[in-house]
Ligand binder design. Structure first.
Ligand code: LMR
Length: 328
């Protein structure tokens, strides 16, 4: 590859992304921000495109743009509405600017584990949430799991007071801002692709993310360690334009819908394993992983519980009760 000119490399790269598109096929561009090979979302998007390109050959073709090569999550939502992009899977935290109901997913220590999240998403509440943005032009197609979030920082985090005064990167979510303010820390909204640089240059001291994101983007390399807090969920909603979706020929929409739900089922069943593998890779690479005693963890729960109160009205008591009940 080193002997190729830059121009040739660019042509090869774009050829690769659109290799399977032929004239007459409906082009489906899917943009996301993670890696493709060892990440729950990246693997799912790759499997989705593989199946679409094989099973819908001649009718539709899917090009996947990973690693923020095309858009960050905010830009992707805009691009879907303007018709430049057909699909993306932003994390659920990114939707609060469209509907405040999505704040449910960011409440700290609400969901006990991914299984509880799965039950909630696959209930009537999940269907309501998927359709809640149609009035704004966005249709939710499927919830994809990543996993539970862990916290990392430039110093050991064992008690809530350890976070005091530190600057934490948060996703674009006011709930996550409130969460770190509750700890006496300074939250800063920042896009995913800027986190590594922010940690490295000490613009921020810490961040919260899943094992697959913390390993995949090497955040652990520029942190003192990662504490296994499992304090919240980081999941995704695969979204498209409601107009575009409705405008598809019926057979195309149905086949795409079927492939989407099969890929969702297959990959959601693997997300916990993928995150465990990423956790192990952090340890194998010499990263520090800290676990909390039951007492320490309870201190975090107690410290962060008041955050719920601030958002109960936005979310609605029905939805909150349904989420709590999913922990059964
Ligand atoms: C983040 O912004 O930290 C995550 O939403 C990135 C992702 O897509 O997993």
């Amino acid at each position: 590859l080193m002997t190729l000119s830059l121009g040739t490399v660019a042509v090869l790269a774009s050829f690769n992304a659109s290799a399977s598109c032929e004239p007459g096929e409906i082009v489906i561009k899917f943009s996301h921000v993670t890696n493709e090979t060892s990440h729950p979302k990246g693997i799912a998007a790759s499997l989705l495109s593989e199946r679409v390109n094989k099973e819908m050959d001649g009718k539709a073709c899917m090009e996947v743009f990973p690693n923020t090569t095309l858009y960050n999550d905010d830009q992707a939502l805009e691009a879907i509405l303007s018709g430049d992009l057909q699909m993306a899977a932003p994390s659920l935290s990114k939707f609060e600017k469209i509907t405040k109901k999505f704040r449910i997913f960011d409440l700290p220590f609400l969901f006990a584990d991914v299984a509880a999240v799965d039950r909630f998403q696959n209930s009537a509440s999940g269907d309501i949430l998927k359709d809640s943005m149609v009035r704004r032009g966005i249709k939710g197609l499927a919830f994809w799991h990543n996993g539970m979030k862990q916290m990392s920082a430039s110093k050991p985090l064992l008690l809530p007071s350890d976070a005091e005064g530190l600057k934490f990167r948060v996703q674009a979510s006011d709930v996550l801002v409130a969460q770190f303010e509750q700890l006496g820390a300074n939250p800063q909204k920042m896009s995913f692709s800027e986190v590594y640089g922010g940690l490295q240059t000490k613009v921020i001291d810490g961040q919260e993310n899943t094992w697959s994101n913390t390993y995949g983007k090497k955040f652990f390399e520029v942190q003192d360690g990662v504490t296994e807090t499992n304090h919240g969920i980081l999941d995704y909603l695969v979204v498209t334009s409601d107009d575009w979706w409705k405008g598809l020929p019926t057979d195309v929409r149905e086949q795409l819908g079927t492939i989407m739900s099969e890929v969702t089922q297959t990959r959601n069943g693997e997300s916990m394993r993928v995150n465990e593998e990423n956790k192990q890779k952090i340890i194998d690479a010499g990263g520090v992983v800290r676990t909390l005693t039951a007492e320490q963890r309870q201190a975090w729960v107690d410290a962060l519980k008041p955050v719920w109160k601030k958002f109960e009205k936005d979310i609605g008591s029905d939805l909150l009760e349904a989420a709590i009940a999913s922990n059964k």
